[in-house]
Design a protein around this ligand. Structure first.
Ligand code: PHE
Length: 388
């Protein structure tokens, strides 16, 4: 009996120390997958409809541009790539259902998506359990890749993005008193608000009020009224473009004329369609700027423009990069099994992508620069680039 207790106790200890070292990774219980036919089938989950529809559509356009390029060059190991795209309407429950379907019915070898961190957080445990590599192009909440060793991202994370905007507010704009307005239905928004506050207060700044809303809300007057009462010099609104556009308008209607600040969730041509002139003088951080004159970026912009007659936003660039990083890993993998592809993804080093040089670190995140964008007369103007 004693020996049994001891055995159980040491087994427990072992589990605890393993958890500590590797984080709370979900165990892989599925069999993974192997490419057997003459095509490589990859799943894509995105918001093709709903309040964040431009995220899903732009990402999809970026992914498909990369697939055309890959297939035109002969595919991967002589096999053509085929993408199966499922719409999750921007909802975590739907993202989870789509992921299960792609794995169990479509037998995909890997999954691209989602953009929104809350949706990626709903997908990742399913991909992880089944041993299917998942690459999110642009979910920035740190928790996403902590789900397990099959989950990767090709973008920076929010502790970095939050500190970039806090330093910009304090050091460049010389702001001391800032208000927060966060979306409490959105993991990304909650996290980014916290990371901004952490750096801003460390620098000596003060958060004068911390208000919240829920995705889908259309009236923000009561929150904005209480924010106005605290006289902030700026409002940090780490939300998605639909709500941010409405918030900007309503803030101006209430006579609040200070700049709004935010993160990558603002990146949509719909932002200024909804917010109009109210957004002039506001700032947000992002993954890429089309004003980047480097050869790789300009070539991507020209190819994308030829296909879609519009300038690609950050989502399109990230979708393109995510597909190319996955293809690069599949090319380097000794065989097209999920185990080999996972390992090759983890080994990604200094891949020259459109959104910057991508090295996957031990947490399966990418360390990359961010850009700060100023909004002026409905246009996104490149302000500065910040390295990690
Ligand atoms: N980073 C956001 C999130 O994690 C998603 C996003 C990325 C939105 C890029 C716009 C542009 O939820």
């Amino acid at each position: 009996m004693r020996a049994l207790h001891l055995a159980i106790f040491s087994a427990l200890l072992l589990t605890v120390s393993c958890l500590k070292k590797d984080g709370p990774a979900t165990a892989v219980t599925g069999a993974g997958a192997t490419v057997t036919g003459d095509e490589i089938v990859i799943g894509e989950v995105g918001s093709m409809t709903g309040g964040a529809a431009t995220f899903g559509k732009s990402t999809h356009d970026g992914i498909m541009l990369a697939v055309e390029k890959i297939n035109a060059a002969g595919g991967i190991k002589g096999k053509k790539v085929r993408i199966i795209t499922l719409d999750d309407q921007g909802k975590p429950e739907e993202a989870a259902i789509a992921t299960t379907k792609l794995i169990t019915q479509d037998k995909v070898i890997a999954i691209l998506g989602e953009v929104a961190s809350s949706n990626s957080l709903a997908m990742a445990p399913i991909a992880q359990k089944n041993g299917i590599p998942m690459v999110t192009p642009s979910s920035t909440n740190p928790k996403v890749t902590e789900i397990g060793d099959y989950v990767f991202r090709v973008c920076f994370i929010d502790p970095f993005q939050g500190s970039v905007m806090a330093k910009f507010a304090y050091n460049s704009l010389k702001l001391k008193n800032v208000a927060i307005l966060r979306d409490v239905k959105n993991d990304y928004s909650i996290g980014l608000a916290d990371f901004f506050i952490e750096t801003f207060t460390k620098l000596g700044g003060k958060i004068v009020v911390d208000q919240s809303f829920s995705q889908g809300d259309v009236d923000f007057k009561s929150q904005l009224t209480s924010i106005k009462g605290k006289n902030p010099e700026a409002i940090f609104v780490p939300g998605y473009y639909t709500e941010v556009g409405l918030i900007a308008r309503q803030a101006r209607e209430l006579g609040i004329n200070v700049p709004l600040m935010g993160g990558d969730g603002w990146d949509s041509e719909k932002l200024t369609e909804i917010g109009g002139e109210a957004l002039t003088g506001s700032y947000f951080s992002n993954h890429y700027s089309p004003d980047d004159m480097s050869e790789g970026v300009q070539k991507f912009i020209n190819d994308f423009k030829a296909a879609h007659s519009r300038i690609p936003d950050g989502l399109a660039a990230m979708g393109y990069d995510a597909m190319l990083i996955l293809a690069d890993a599949m090319t380097r993998a000794p065989e097209l099994t999920t185990v080999a592809i996972r390992q090759a993804l983890a080994d990604t080093k200094a891949y020259p992508a459109v959104t910057g040089m991508i090295t996957i670190n031990e947490k399966r995140d990418a360390e990359k620069s961010a850009v700060i964008i100023e909004i002026k007369d409905g246009k996104f103007i490149f302000k500065e680039k910040i390295d990690p």
